[in-house]
Design a binder for this molecule. Structure first.
Ligand SMILES: [Zn+2]
Length: 70
């Protein structure tokens, strides 16, 4: 009997959470701070001390210098 090669255990458990720095704006004073986004955004405003920071929308930078060669 042939062994099932497709047999594999798929762990649909906890996904890997990547911590990354995100630019945020303080909800109180509007100052831009750097927070860390993992499971949730956690940051602290150095200006007013508030922990209520909101992630800034990431600007879409158009790629330049790419010739449309045919
Ligand atoms: Zn603030």
């Amino acid at each position: 009997m042939r062994k099932d090669e497709q047999s594999q255990t798929v762990s649909n458990g906890i996904a890997t959470i990547k911590i990354r720095e995100v630019r945020c704006a303080c909800a109180d004073c509007g100052a831009h701070v750097v927070a860390w986004q993992g499971y949730k955004v956690s940051g602290w405003c150095e200006n007013c001390g508030s922990y209520d920071v909101r992630p800034l929308p990431v600007p879409i930078v158009p790629l330049t210098g790419i010739p449309l060669a045919s």
